[in-house]
Design a protein around this ligand. Sequence first.
Ligand SMILES: [Zn+2]
Length: 398
Amino acid sequence: MILNNALLLLLLVLAIAAGWMLTRGGLRIGNAEQAQLPSQYYRGFNFLLDGEEEDAVDAFTEALAVNEETLDTHIALGSVLRKRGEVERAIRIHQSLLARPQLTAVQLHQSHLELARDFIAAGLYDRAEKLLLDLITQSSDLRQTARRHLLEVHEAQRDWQSAVSIAQALIDVSRDEESASISQGQAAHQLRSHYLCEQAEAALESGDARVALPLFEDALRDNAEELRALMGLVRLALFEEDIDQALQYFELIIDSGRASAPDLLALLEEICARQSNPTLQLSSLQRYYKKQPCSLLARALARELETHEGKEKAHAFLRSTLTDKPSASIAASLLLGETVGPDALPEREILEQFANTDAGYQCEHCGFSGRARHWRCPGCRHWDSIHYLGAVLEHPSA
Ligand SMILES: [Zn+2]
């Protein structure tokens, strides 16, 4: 949530007042900063009266002495500024914390972490990386958090090799401490797999299948059903003209239970187009549909049935699916097949909208939607959280 300047100022004034009263009350007497407090405090008000809110925030921030009681306030203030996009001011606040000799090692580490977050937000990845590497060696409490942020740095720089090493370190720790890496972000083994796939896909793109193969295979190390790695292996087998191998990998995708989607059907179509058996696509879709009776596969199977066994068989099959799995799009497809008349008839247009199979993809995490699958959501940066929407839209009663 974004705080506006007025609320920020109110919080600052309250924090200063609370700190000042504590000091007056004798809890922290003898601090040299105590004498500075009133002048900066009133300077802040002057800025406020002149309508200079930005300067007022700075003056109040300076008025807020750094000590054990107010450290959290400074850190929270820096964090609010960072989230508002005022990264330079956040950096100034966190850097000023590091200059204070009275902070304990734990507090300094906390300030280091905040500063690293600021640097990431500012795109200063080299500086963030240095701070985070220091934290990993110096702070056992913040080590895992620092590693998670280091992953952000490597992801932003597309340094997938370094990202694999950090993900592996997170996996090693989670083996010792069951919940360590589960509590923060995505499972490290899933991230490691995507980092390997990034490298493998780049290698395959440049025609280097020998480099790509072990990377895809390694991506399956912790999860033999990892969709992206299996799809990569299908493409690699196609690249090497090994159609049987491609089909074997595709069978693993079918068995993995991942929801079917247009990109998976396109891959199957490509495999079948590259071999000589004319009914391979029909038999593969029949097997796929048995595993996953969804309308996307039903329509694909009906198209193959129509080609090989005629329109009647295709329509009979589609009708049979409606009993167990009522689907608006399949019902509309059937009606469209029986509606006679020009394409421009209004009822045809409505039916075509219902029968439209191009439902698109959506992120289950942040709701980002698009026409294609992204392995990493452009909205929330989660990996493999974007799925085909068809199954949700086509069964409104489900
Ligand atoms: Zn998302």
